[in-house]
Design a protein around this ligand. Structure first.
Ligand code: SF4
Ligand code: FES
Length: 243
């Protein structure tokens, strides 16, 4: 029984997938022993490795609080944000495996090239398009706003897209995150370009590639119902848009 106010601490084994394009032919696993508190996150463990053991360990992070979306990685085989994964929620009697997200070109250690991901995002025109020039605010009812509320929460971390087996095998597929971004505007009553986006997503590499495996919904650190959003876009391409 820990003393009141005293936080448990442990030595945790991290096994991290390393790759340096300047020296390595292929990626390999490396072990690190790290002293952490139960209240620490996996990101704290990576910081301790970088600051105290090996300054060459490379990973992205910015906010450290689940907002910027830059530290998505595979932790024990599941896509998660390192800054939102608490040590106390992992089984630390076993090593913690950390590797880069899959399906995007590996640059170094835990860093991948995000450009293909953002290229798909840009293609769905993720911005409000309206020709109306209202003289005051363009109002929506609470119901109209609620229609796309879930997909406004996306932080573009790529956890969903890089957990999708179709994306792993078909680099052309737009992927769940781009469809989530499209959904956010397709179902916005103020937007006038929904049909343009539906036509884009009705293409060969669009929504019909989705095999409804639900990996994306399980991976999303924002709790977005990604598979549901994709289904709603599929439905709209068939029956027309109902906002
Ligand atoms: S839908 Fe969720 S998992 Fe996908 S990019 Fe957005 S926040 Fe990340
Ligand atoms: S560092 Fe910003 S979401 Fe984790």
């Amino acid at each position: 029984m820990p003393e009141l106010g005293v936080v448990d601490s442990f030595t945790v084994t991290f096994i991290v997938r390393r790759f340096n394009p300047e020296t390595d032919q292929e990626a390999y696993w490396e072990n690190f022993e790290v002293d952490l508190y139960s209240t620490d996150r996996v990101l704290d463990g990576l910081h301790k490795i970088k600051w105290e053991q090996d300054g060459s360990l490379s990973f992205r992070r910015s906010c450290a609080h689940g907002i910027c979306g830059s530290d998505a990685m595979r932790i024990n085989g599941r896509n998660r944000l390192a800054c939102k994964t608490l040590i106390k929620d992992l089984d630390i009697s076993k090593p913690v495996y950390v590797e880069a997200i899959k399906g995007l070109p590996l640059e170094k250690d835990l860093i991948v090239d995000m450009e293909p991901f953002f290229a798909a995002y840009r293609e769905v025109q993720p911005f409000l398009q309206s020709t109306s020039k209202p003289e005051k605010e363009n109002l929506q009812s609470p119901e109209e706003r609620a229609r796309f509320d879930d997909t406004t929460k996306c932080i573009l971390c790529a956890a969903c897209t890089t957990s999708c087996p179709v994306f792993w095998t078909d680099g052309q597929y737009f992927g769940p995150a781009a469809i989530v971004a499209a959904h956010r505007f397709i179902f916005d009553s103020r937007d006038e370009a929904a049909q343009v986006r539906l036509d884009i997503l009705n293409s060969k590499e669009g929504v019909w590639r989705c095999r409804t495996t639900f990996n994306c919904s399980e991976a999303c650190p924002r709790g977005i119902e990604v598979t549901r959003a994709i289904s709603e876009v599929k439905q709209a391409t068939i029956t027309g848009l109902r906002r």
